[in-house]
Design a protein around this ligand. Structure first.
Ligand SMILES: NC(=O)c1ccc[n+]([C@@H]2O[C@H](COP(=O)([O-])OP(=O)(O)OC[C@H]3O[C@@H](n4cnc5c(N)ncnc54)[C@H](OP(=O)(O)O)[C@@H]3O)[C@@H](O)[C@H]2O)c1
Length: 293
């Protein structure tokens, strides 16, 4: 019997977005090693299936599957991904909302939504909400949102979620991670009692492909900084894997973890009123109905 088939996640289905590289790929590998039926969600025609094959061989777990999505910043693609997952899996036990990025310049998606907000906030809101029926069917189930310590000190103007008045890439990235912290708490509150837990993690400063999409000086600078101070993707994936699978966290919800430790998050991240307002705004912008409070 392989290590994976004896793992504590055997018989469980784990879906990881942004699983073709960086932290997400290591998270997928870690969950596959524990025996989960692992769904690699990734960009590019053959990439997701190639990476799924690599993870299957590296983990010794043949149940590694793939789903292609080319741009989770587009609502139609997030919705199509949810539809495929709903069709394929009667129950989902782990959802890791990992795909995310930093954009130095302001861009707007074809939906008319600022790209950082669209990818880092609206997509996890939409995917998680649409998958609630499968997560409750799989309960006990866990949602893990890959947030960041960059949420600390971030400011969010709920009247300008599109950052159309003022745009600074790093501030908008930090704001998106504060918003993801709010989504985490609000989902946890709304799903309380269903057996579905929702937690956020900070993976640390990681040597991944992060920010390299911006090219030029940003990519050069990030490579240097990450080379000097960044941790490996294996270490970056450790806390997300821990929060997704550790038996001792089975009933913990609405939390924030870094280096396997529960942290309070910033005072702002614990503001229930703004969390609820953001949630309602995500429902309006995505057109995906609000989960009952
Ligand atoms: N690196 C850090 O220091 C750090 C710190 C705190 C939090 N985080 C967070 O950790 C998460 C993973 O980042 P990472 O460091 O692993 O960076 P990464 O190496 O750039 O990985 C990002 C992943 O997201 C996917 N992705 C990016 N844009 C996408 C889009 N529009 N549609 C679908 N998938 C998309 C990428 O796909 P491809 O494989 O096709 O590129 C990749 O798999 C992000 O949410 C990031 O904000 C990172």
């Amino acid at each position: 019997m392989s290590e994976a088939s004896r793992g504590n996640l055997s018989g469980r289905v784990a879906v990881i977005t942004g699983a073709t590289s960086g932290i997400g790929r290591e998270v997928a590998l870690g969950l596959a090693r524990q025996g989960a039926t692992t769904v690699v969600v990734g960009r590019g025609a053959d990439r997701a299936s190639r990476v799924a094959g690599e993870i299957a061989s590296a983990s010794g777990n043949p149940r590694v599957e793939s789903l292609r999505v080319d741009d989770l910043a587009r609502l139609v693609e997030t919705t199509e991904l949810a539809t495929k997952l709903l069709e394929r899996y009667p129950a989902i036990h782990i959802l890791v909302n990992n795909a995310g990025a930093y954009f130095r310049r302001r861009e707007v998606t074809p939906d008319g939504v600022e790209r950082t907000f669209a990818l880092n906030v609206l997509s996890p809101y939409t995917l998680t909400t649409l998958l609630v029926p499968r997560l409750t069917a799989g309960a006990p189930a866990r949602v893990v949102n890959v947030a960041s310590a960059a949420h600390r000190g971030a400011r969010v103007d709920l009247a300008d979620l599109q950052s159309s008045r003022q745009f600074s890439g790093f501030s908008v990235y930090g704001a998106s991670k504060l918003e993801l912290m709010w989504l985490t708490r609000e989902f946890a509150r709304r799903l309380n009692g269903t057996g579905v837990t929702v937690n956020a993690v900070h993976p640390g400063f990681v040597r991944s492909g992060f920010a390299l999409n911006n090219g030029g000086g940003t990519a050069v600078g990030m490579r240097i900084l990450a080379g000097l101070f960044g941790r490996s993707v294996v270490r970056g994936a450790d806390t997300p894997i821990f929060v997704a699978s550790a038996p001792e966290l089975a009933s913990v919800t609405g939390g924030y973890y870094a280096d396997r430790k529960a942290l309070p998050g910033s005072a702002d991240s614990r503001d229930p009123v703004r969390a609820k307002q953001l949630f309602e705004e995500c429902a309006r912008l995505s057109g995906v109905p609000l989960l009952a409070a």
